[in-house]
Design a protein around this ligand. Structure first.
Ligand code: RIB
Length: 309
């Protein structure tokens, strides 16, 4: 398989994580368990995953000049991610995420974007006229106008664009038309389609409607039910891999990164989605976001062990 080169444009956060018996309801205080500080942020998690999955990986985004910014950059570099496009923002603190994880590995997350919220279209200028890149991978934890500028730069260079539509955000039609592969979960699909978050659309109907927005291919993340890969003229369900989740934080990031790496390596959409389901499942078996991103070898062994290699 050819080694792809991927540019990730997105967020880096320091995750402040508390384990608790359950997620508190509004107005409630509960006693939790241990606390940990873990590298995260959807962009940084995906950059780490791309690198561990074998891609040459560049990340573009912003962190503050604080010690969290130092740690986030050092962590990315230690995972082999090139950070020369990262900006140290002197006006804003590094992004953080407050995360509660319950006994079943589910989470609730609030992000204070800090420097991530100051990523701008001008920040994308250094990568205009890109060459040698196989895919540009974005998420929605940086401003939408910067994401659209990154997609523009990719399109101008004829480079594949992958958009992880997380967290849930309404998106302009102009942006969706620049997406080659859109990877929402069902809540994010509702946000894009302008529906209430609890709208009960069948996955097939959601995928069909998402294709009508202009995205060329859609991979709908269905959690324990796997994923639905959809393209102009076809759809296919991809089953999940059975696991006991420890912490689902970052599982979606591992999924999208694996999808991007496998597509950029030449796999077809269904094969890449199968690898993405495996990577997401593996990430959910390990505590923490960036630390849980799996390697190419781990994904290959896991798929083989399940007879899907
Ligand atoms: O997708 C998981 C990530 O969401 C966490 O690492 C947290 O930082 C938030 O960005």
């Amino acid at each position: 398989m050819k080694q792809p080169t991927i540019l990730v444009v997105g967020s880096a956060n320091m995750d402040l994580v508390v384990k608790a018996p359950r997620i508190p309801v509004p107005g409630e205080t509960i006693l939790g368990g241990s606390f940990a500080r873990v590298r995260g942020g959807k962009g940084a998690n995906q950059a780490v995953a791309c690198s561990r999955l074998g891609a040459q990986t560049f990340m573009l985004g912003r962190v503050g000049t604080d010690s969290f910014g130092d740690e986030l950059l050092e962590g990315l570099q230690s995972d082999g991610v090139c950070c020369r496009l990262m900006i140290r923002d002197e006006e804003a603190a590094s992004g953080i995420a407050i995360i509660v994880i319950d006994g079943g590995g589910e989470n609730a997350i609030v992000v204070a974007p800090g420097a991530n919220g100051r990523v701008s279209p001008a920040d994308i200028d250094p990568v205009r006229g890109l060459s040698g890149i196989d895919a540009v991978l974005c998420q929605l934890e940086v401003p939408v106008d910067a994401v659209e500028a990154a997609l523009d730069a990719a399109r101008e260079a004829g480079v594949m664009t992958v958009l992880d539509a997380a967290p849930p955000t309404a998106l302009p039609a102009s942006l969706l038309a620049k997406v080659d592969v859109l990877t929402p979960n069902q809540t994010e699909a509702c946000a894009i389609l302008g529906l209430p978050v609890d709208a009960c659309l069948a996955p097939e109907e959601a995928a069909a409607r998402l294709l009508e927005t202009g995205a060329r291919q859609v991979v709908l993340k269905l959690g324990a039910d796997g994923a639905l890969a959809a393209w102009d003229g076809g759809m296919e369900r991809v089953p999940s891999f059975p696991i006991e989740p420890v912490d689902t934080t970052g599982a979606g990031d591992a999924f999208t990164a694996a999808l991007a790496v496998n597509l950029a390596s030449g796999k077809d959409l269904v094969a890449a989605t199968t690898a993405a389901c495996a990577a997401g499942a593996l990430a959910a078996t390990v505590f923490g976001a960036a630390p849980s991103m799996p390697t190419a070898e781990a994904v290959a062994a896991f798929m083989k062990a399940h007879g899907r290699g």
